[in-house]
Design a protein around this ligand. Structure first.
Ligand code: ITT
Length: 197
């Protein structure tokens, strides 16, 4: 059993492998398809962008395709960076610069006002069928400095109160058990057998 995930993000790809392999699925991503078309993420919501990515790739290769659109929502920044999380600090994707920008904007904001959440929308597109979506969220706080070197993106500054560490200080499995992506994948996996029919 195999699933195609329409992502070129190495960090996401690793997490999909970790989460799908115990379910008996092997994972292919766009890192295995260097000629895949670039999808312009023109939507203004996670759902629109997830559908756009999944449907473009499903059409191109005529196979069921899953896409992930996700991001960090910081309350004190009015919900930013949100759907712009990947390129918050500029046109080039740059995790380090993105983190610096969030920390800078939050300078002087006290701990109780540094609440944030990660959101993930997964879209499953199938040839000639209606696309379906699943969501998951993970609550936390933005730290004042980086901690840990696991995960990707904003993980080093995303503090999880229950676990008393950042997402970057967890193993892939620990992160997957509580993350926005992990939660969305659990919902998707329950329906996957019916979706692949
Ligand atoms: P693909 O479109 O190829 O999947 P992308 O990185 O462009 O990769 P998105 O448009 O969905 O994906 O942007 C998601 C960004 O949100 C990602 O680049 C990170 O900066 C951030 N992000 C999402 N999930 C995260 C996580 O689990 N941990 C840390 N940062 C995350």
């Amino acid at each position: 059993k195999q699933v195609l995930i329409a992502t070129s993000n190495q960090g996401k790809a690793k997490e999909f492998e970790t989460l799908f392999s115990p379910l008996g699925y092997s994972v292919k991503t766009l890192l295995d398809y260097p000629d895949a078309p670039d999808v312009n993420e023109t939507g203004t919501t996670f759902e629109e962008n997830a559908k756009l990515k999944a449907e473009t790739i499903a059409k191109q290769y005529n196979v069921m395709t899953i896409a992930d659109d996700s991001g960090l929502i910081v309350d004190a920044l009015g919900g930013e960076p949100g759907v712009y999380s990947a390129r918050y600090a500029g046109e080039e994707k740059n995790d380090e610069a993105n983190i610096d920008k969030v920390l800078k904007y939050l300078q002087g904001v006290k701990k109780s006002a540094r609440t944030a959440r990660f959101h993930c929308t997964l879209a499953v597109a199938r040839p000639n069928k209606e696309t379906v979506t699943f969501t998951g969220e993970c609550e936390g706080n933005i730290t004042t400095e980086r901690m840990g070197d696991g995960g990707f993106g904003y993980d080093p500054v995303f503090w999880v109160e229950d676990k008393q560490c950042t997402l970057a200080q967890m193993t892939q499995r620990q992160k997957g058990a509580i993350s926005h992506r992990g939660k969305a994948i659990i919902k998707l996996a329950e329906l996957l057998p019916t979706l692949t029919k």
